[in-house]
Design a protein around this ligand. Structure first.
Ligand code: PEP
Ligand code: CO
Length: 448
């Protein structure tokens, strides 16, 4: 760690993994300077509110639902797409709240999830080897070399798309759309006609009845704010550190720094080095932060990370997002749970059952099996039950669209169907039906 005091720029003195090779450094720095002059996307007070909500998760009193795209796209930027993604997340939250009886903290991988870490600097597209796609904040996913050259003008485009997305998210969640009386409306056509859609509809009817019952008892439902709007937070992988630095501002109220590009930021499996730039950056901002934890992480590493990112042991400040794979979770998770518990760190434990279960199908498409995703979740819940710790949440990649990217589920998507509606620019996402199905199963796991 650098001995100097933390500043939003200090990461520049440290090795930063996964940073693009911008063709012209001066252009890049100019783009960052322009960003630094633009308004913040979120406010410090909102980030503090999320920390408090996550503190309740850490205490075992609430559950975290963090979900959205693997990579948001500049090409998919319609009100309908944003609304449909929100619908699924709201549906899942209702299933979890009603099904398991715990408050759900809702955080989207949205309004800023535009940069991707890659295992290899190049990728094979058909027969051609191209520089890897790194998210629309950096380059384009089109299959030609020119499109893959990092372009710093994309940083401002990502900022502006985030601002518009956030504006719509705020309108939807605060302006009536998220009213619990509209619980039926969130069920999209292609979901409603399915097994899991009908199950949802049944539950929505029960909620209607419960609301009518409360009203008949004389309870003033109109005055109960939590029935009419939801708190919905944003998050993304804090990958491109120049972008995050440019949006980091000092809070006038507290004098603390907040990264105002999103409410919550996380570091990924490839950027969580203890002495690296990303962890240093997260250590100084006061937002709630997350870190991905794979099966290869040692207890020493996890404890050092807890000390580094949350030395004050603030409940809700740090979320550990385990992504171990269905086969590894039973062995790899318990020692970490025990060590963190013994050390007295008040973390949120969330399960990302997506990134440890990715494989390439015979047809050459990246995919995940619904059953593997479920199996990792079961292993996560079992390990927490045995350790006496709280399985605090899930971290998922999903979309509101009727895509065919993950295998299995009620609709039983088969390998030879993957090509039908495979639209992700990066990792395979659950479609809306698979996501609702998963929510019901997680609610069951939580209940027992
Ligand atoms: C992701 O969340 O999209 C991701 C790349 O995850 P990880 O860093 O855990 O591989
Ligand atoms: Co992903």
């Amino acid at each position: 760690m650098s001995p100097t005091v933390w500043t939003p720029q200090r990461w520049r003195e440290l090795p930063a993994a996964q940073q693009p090779e911008w063709p012209d450094e001066d252009d890049y720095e100019r783009a960052l300077k322009q960003l630094a002059a633009l308004p913040p996307l979120v406010f410090a007070g909102e980030a503090r509110r999320l920390t408090r909500a996550l503190g309740q998760v850490a205490a075992g009193e609430a559950f975290l639902l963090q979900a959205g795209d693997c990579a948001e796209s500049f090409a998919e930027f319609s009100a309908d797409a944003i609304r449909d993604k929100l619908k699924v997340i709201l549906q899942m939250a209702v299933v979890l709240t009603y099904g398991a009886g715990v408050p759900v903290v809702k955080v989207g991988r949205i309004a800023g999830q535009f940069a991707k870490p890659r295992s290899s600097p190049t990728e094979l597209v058909g027969e051609v080897e191209l520089p890897a796609f790194r998210g629309h904040m950096v380059n384009d996913d089109a299959a030609d070399a020119a499109a893959r050259v990092p372009d710093p003008r994309r940083l401002a485009a990502a900022y502006h798309q985030s601002a518009s997305t956030l504006n719509l998210v705020r309108a939807f969640t605060k302006g009536g759309f998220a009213d619990l009386s509209r619980v039926h409306v969130w069920n999209q056509q292609f979901v409603a006609s399915s097994e899991e859609g009908r199950r949802y509809e049944q539950m929505a009817n029960e909620i209607d009845r419960a609301l009518r019952f409360m009203a008949a008892c004389g309870i003033d439902l109109g005055g109960e704010e939590s029935l009419h709007q939801v708190d919905f937070y944003t998050s993304h992988d804090a990958l491109i550190l120049g972008y995050e630095e440019a949006l980091t501002r000092m809070d006038s109220l507290t004098g603390d720094y907040y990264d105002c590009s999103a409410h919550m930021l996380w570091v990924g499996e490839r950027t969580r080095q203890l002495d690296g730039a990303h962890v240093d950056f997260l250590s100084g901002i006061h937002n709630p932060v997350g870190c991905k934890v794979s099966a290869s992480m040692t207890t020493e590493e996890v404890l050092a990370l807890c000390e580094r990112l949350n030395p004050g042991r603030v409940p809700g400040r740090l979320t550990l997002i385990t992504r171990m794979g269905a086969a590894a979770v039973a062995d790899a998770l318990p020692p970490l749970l025990a060590a963190v518990q013994d050390a007295g760190h008040p973390v949120v434990w969330a399960c990302d059952p997506m990134h440890g279960n990715t494989f390439v199908s015979e047809g050459g498409r990246k995919t995940r099996r619904f059953d593997d995703i479920l199996a990792e979740l079961r292993g996560f819940f079992a390990a927490h039950l045995a350790a006496g710790t709280w399985p605090g949440g899930v971290h998922l990649e999903l979309t509101g669209d009727d895509v065919t990217e993950c295998l299995g589920g009620f609709g039983d998507i088969l390998e030879d169907q993957l090509h039908e509606r495979y639209t992700t620019t990066c990792d395979p996402r659950l479609n809306a039906r698979q996501a609702i199905d998963l929510a019901f199963r997680v609610a069951e796991m939580l209940r027992t």
